[in-house]
Design a protein. Structure first.
Length: 202
């Protein structure tokens, strides 16, 4: 839904662009939106603001990717370096990286998601002791100062770790070709959770 004229006016009036930020793409688009609004071109102003939101979400994605851990010894990050994108309909961000074992079959898909959705619903489910008791091979583990949940299936050699960050962000690690959940725990403990929490508004 597009913003109404009153909402658009309130948004634009709260925008303060520092003098040193004039060359910044986002600052330029905010100025353009304000100018278009003052000229009565509401559709043009909305278009500029939509570009601003898209650019801001991209910045958030880059910032969240920077919190991902360096690979432990014996592991590497896949060449793409990480992916970032928006969470459809939820206004959130989803970023991911893939880690591979150098001399083994191990693979870990790491994701961080904000804005609700499936990952946060899964994290809340595991936070419920009754639901946790129903999950085979599930246990709670300490990740820095946070509590996460791991599961492991020895038959398929698949493991999973889910960590909720204050209801604002969720980290999920999914591993294959593993002998246990320990590689997931080690990787999660290397995460810059302090910065991830700050970016999530915690």
């Amino acid at each position: 839904m597009r913003p109404s004229g009153l909402l658009l006016a309130a948004l634009l009036q709260t925008v303060a662009i520092p003098a040193g930020a004039r060359a910044d793409e986002i600052a330029d688009q905010l100025e353009a939106a304000k100018k278009l609004y003052q000229e009565g071109d509401l559709a043009g102003a909305v278009g500029e603001l939509e570009f601003v939101l898209q650019a801001l979400r991209a910045r958030f994605g880059e910032a969240f990717l920077a919190t991902f851990p360096e690979p432990p010894e014996g592991w590497v990050v896949e060449a793409n370096g990480g992916k970032a994108g928006a969470v459809p309909f939820l206004g959130g961000t989803n970023v991911s990286k893939t880690y591979r074992q150098v001399n083994g079959p191990g693979k870990i898909e790491a994701q961080l998601s904000t804005g609700g959705g499936m990952l946060q619903g899964l994290a809340q489910m595991f936070a419920n002791p009754q639901m946790l008791a129903m999950q085979p091979n599930a246990k709670r583990v300490r990740i820095q100062r946070e509590t996460a949940t791991t599961t492991f299936d020895p038959k398929t050699k698949q493991a999973q770790l889910v960590l909720d960050l204050g209801g604002k962000a969720t980290i999920m690690l999914q591993g294959t070709g593993l002998a246990g959940p320990e590689p997931l725990v080690e990787l999660a403990n290397r995460w810059d959770l302090k910065q991830a929490r700050a970016l999530a508004g915690l």
